[in-house]
Design a binder for this molecule. Structure first.
Ligand code: NAD
Length: 494
């Protein structure tokens, strides 16, 4: 089928439970509106506690009868690699769904979202028959085996900014280890998750092992986080809800809770920056990527006073490249914000920035791209101080706040003066400065003289209130397995 066919296809918004599409038990639904042009894409099942029970029960049965975890790791690998291949085969359909559902440019839905989700599932599939357990260095009369075991039923709750990738980062390691999964996608972007579940079944993931329950946070997310028969929860979303997830885990069965939360990442440019052009391109390109709706967007730009004017002048020259346009057009680099609420939130922050005395250099308005859609101009503020709301809160839109500083101490102090600690970047041609500052920055990932390197082999997650635990890399297996010690007495005759 062609791109046009997929764009006009009516998506299926029913839940996916026990290997089947179905509406919520009480038939409740909600409208899925595209942020591209306000069109009604489909109705989506509005799952609630009873539907969550059904999905968790299905996952539990699959876990107990070992239809998935009982397979040899090499067999689970074969199925997950097939799953990844099906994602690639259905790439155009998934990319169209992602763009229509949350507004991102189709070129990135194809080259980033589909490609990364497929790669992630393949990588964990291929890894699972290559990880070994341990034997402890104990005395001769005993043998201590340290083994990892799948936990059981894993609840996964994800946000709307990278729906497929955020889901893949959790379902891939969880499934590879042999768990069952109940995934609750964001109510703002549930469509690709539902298709992924169908493709997983087609690839050979047995019915019941991977369930998807769309719905609202309070109605579907909370019952999952509070469920007494869910063994672990992998959450990506805001810090506000992340904190509630830990409370719900504690209030119920003390399920393991892992959270990947908000960010307000500092991007520090020293006056000996080795390549100002590359630094400007990286700062502006990374911030405006995905309409600024990225947890790791470098939304606090800290530039040494000596080069700040030059840096800003070049940044402003680049801004026209990032004007929003039709997300379905192959050349578009900035698409629509996910919905009207997000548009109003972003415009509210821009207004607040002006009221609190920041200097608006460009943008600041909603953009008219397509009637019914939600677009905002790329926006840059100078003269931002760390007490201003636009420096303190995550805006999750294309708004860059520029601050000046005069030495490395001040830069690190400003950068670390925040509740978040997801990522940071430092640009300097002095090895001592760059490495010393990288050590001092309180962030899960620090980039030196670049910002966009990314690979499934490296952990992703934050310090402080940016969350607990890490996605990606082999470290993610720790989140979805229990460690067991088995002592064996050895009465050796020799
Ligand atoms: P959100 O916290 O509002 O929602 C995230 C998910 O939680 C959604 O599925 C939502 O339905 C669900 N939810 C909402 N209320 C709930 C409740 N009471 N109980 C259980 N579930 C509930 O976040 P969002 O607006 O969807 O996403 C944006 C946030 O995600 C930003 O803060 C961003 O930084 C963060 N994020 C973090 C990472 C990371 O890896 N650190 C990656 C992507 C996004």
């Amino acid at each position: 089928m062609t791109h046009e066919t997929f764009v006009n296809l009516k998506p299926d918004g029913r839940a996916f439970i026990d290997g089947e599409r179905r509406w919520a038990m009480d038939s409740a639904r909600f409208d899925n509106i595209s942020p591209v042009d306000g069109r009604l894409l489909c109705e989506v099942a509005r799952c609630q506690a009873r539907d969550i029970d059904l999905a968790v029960g299905s996952g539990r049965r699959a876990f107990e009868d070992k239809r998935w975890r009982g397979l040899a790791p090499a067999e689970r690998k074969r199925v997950l690699v097939r799953f990844s291949e099906l994602i690639v085969t259905h790439g155009e359909e998934l990319a169209c769904l992602e763009t229509l559902d949350m507004g991102k440019p189709i070129r990135y839905a194809r080259s980033v979202d589909v490609a990364s989700a497929a790669n992630c599932i393949r990588w964990y599939g291929e890894a699972i028959d290559k990880v070994y357990d341990e034997i402890a260095p104990t005395p001769d009369h005993a043998l201590a085996l340290i083994t990892r075991e799948p936990m059981g039923v894993i609840g996964v709750i994800v946000p709307w900014n990278y729906p497929m990738i955020m889901a893949a980062w959790k379902i891939a390691p969880a499934l590879a280890c042999g768990n069952s999964v109940v995934l609750k996608p964001s109510e703002k972007s549930p469509l690709t998750a539902l298709r992924l579940a169908e493709l997983a079944l087609q690839a050979g993931v047995p019915a019941g092992v991977f369930n998807v329950v769309p719905g609202y946070g309070a109605e579907a997310g909370s019952p999952l986080a509070l469920h007494m028969d869910v063994d672990g929860i992998g959450f990506t979303g805001s810090t506000k809800i992340g904190k509630q997830i830990h409370v719900m885990a504690g209030q119920s069965n003390l399920k393991r809770a892992w959270t990947e939360l908000g960010g307000k990442s500092p991007f520090i440019v020293m006056d000996d920056c080795p390549d100002i052009e590359r630094a400007v391109q990286a700062a502006v390109g990374s911030l405006f990527f995905n309409q600024g709706e990225s947890c790791n967007a470098p939304s606090r730009l800290l530039v040494h006073q000596r080069i700040k004017d030059q840096f800003i002048e070049r940044a402003l020259q680049l801004v026209p490249q990032y004007q929003p346009a039709d997300p379905l057009h192959p050349d578009t680099v900035m698409g629509a914000l996910v919905d009207k609420t997000q548009l109003d939130t972003v415009l509210g922050y821009i207004q607040k920035g002006q009221q609190e005395g920041a200097q608006l250099l460009c943008g600041g308005q909603a953009a008219l791209v397509k009637p019914g859609g939600f677009y905002v101009q790329p926006t840059i503020f100078d003269g931002v101080t760390s007490s201003m709301t636009i420096a303190r809160e995550e805006i999750f839109g294309p708004v860059l706040s520029v601050m000046g500083f005069s030495d490395a101490h001040e830069a690190v102090r400003l950068a670390n003066d925040h509740v978040y600690g997801l990522q940071a970047s430092v640009w300097s041609s002095n090895l001592n400065t760059a490495h010393g500052m990288a050590r001092a920055l309180r962030a899960g990932t620090v980039h030196v003289n670049q910002y966009d390197e990314d690979d499934i082999t490296v952990p992703f997650g934050g310090y402080k209130q940016s969350g607990v635990g890490r996605d990606k890399s082999l470290h993610a297996f720790d989140k979805y397995t229990e460690l067991k010690t088995t002592w064996i007495r050895i009465d050796s005759p020799v």
